[in-house]
Design a protein around this ligand. Structure first.
Ligand SMILES: [Fe+2]
Length: 178
């Protein structure tokens, strides 16, 4: 589901560039949800991965400013998130209670789905601290919920649609980050 890396990662400086995609809704003219960006970062996240696998990963950034309901990600199988601003959100992982949980798609979701809480059992959770890095199996159902209120959360992430969670964990062991 998820593991915390054994090193904090300080992203020296970064700038968010073009918007890639977004999931959410607009309230009073303001977008609420998650927005993914291209990013330029002063810290090279590819160092987390052995050289021969780096071409299978890409770096981007996301900003969250609302509850992200239980979902599986579009495209990505595994992602490593470095939380530069945590916004005090809690990431939760779930297992379906039965084989056929109801699911739906929202705008821009291609191969990911949204699920209903009533079909899910909580299987694990974490509350990241600033500069913590976690590897996540984003093919598992997960949500992001505010601990106090909807603040801004920003993370830089290194993601792959090629390698599953266990493979990425063994890569991180090879580089000494797990
Ligand atoms: Fe996600």
């Amino acid at each position: 589901m998820f593991k915390r890396l054994n090193h904090k990662i300080n992203i020296e400086d970064y700038s968010l560039l073009d918007k890639q995609t977004q999931y959410g809704h607009t309230v009073d003219g303001e977008f609420r949800g998650i927005v993914y960006y291209n990013v330029q970062a002063g810290t090279d996240l590819y160092q987390l991965i052995p050289e021969q696998y780096r071409a299978d990963f890409y770096v981007s950034a996301f900003r969250i400013n609302d509850v992200i309901p239980p979902h599986t990600d579009t495209y990505d199988r595994t992602t490593i998130n470095v939380y530069v601003e945590t916004g005090d959100y809690v990431t939760e992982f779930y297992k379906p209670k039965h084989n056929n949980p109801s699911k739906r798609q929202i705008d821009n979701q291609v191969d990911g789905y949204i699920f209903n809480d009533k079909d899910l059992l909580l299987a694990g959770m974490f509350k990241a601290k600033k500069n913590d890095a976690y590897v996540l199996d984003v093919s598992c159902i997960h949500s992001v919920r505010p601990y106090y209120k909807n603040l801004d959360r920003t993370a830089i992430n290194l993601s792959t649609h090629v390698h599953d969670f266990d493979s990425v964990c063994s890569m991180l062991q090879q580089t000494g980050y797990l």
